[in-house]
Design a protein. Structure first.
Length: 79
């Protein structure tokens, strides 16, 4: 993947934390900044199609996680 250079203004305290984390992890500061940019991009992405989340019919009584897993598995089985 090719990279494009950009300049941003950052809070000095944030940069200090990034510097410490990079030293602790043994990676370049730029790698942490790239991770942050990627997370920001993904958090603000607009999807082309709405997510197809399963819905559940019921009485309003809470269901167990096993019931939820079973229903999701049933609805996502290959057709």
């Amino acid at each position: 993947m090719s990279m494009k250079r950009t300049n941003v203004y950052a809070d000095p305290e944030d940069l200090a934390l990034i510097k410490e984390a990079a030293a602790r992890r043994g990676i370049p500061e730029a790698e942490i900044i790239r991770e942050g940019i990627h997370l920001a991009a993904m958090a603000n992405r607009v999807w082309d199609e709405p997510l197809d989340w399963p819905s559940f019919d019921g009485s309003g009584v809470p269901v167990t996680k096993d019931e939820v897993r079973s229903e999701i598995a049933r609805r996502t089985e290959p057709r």
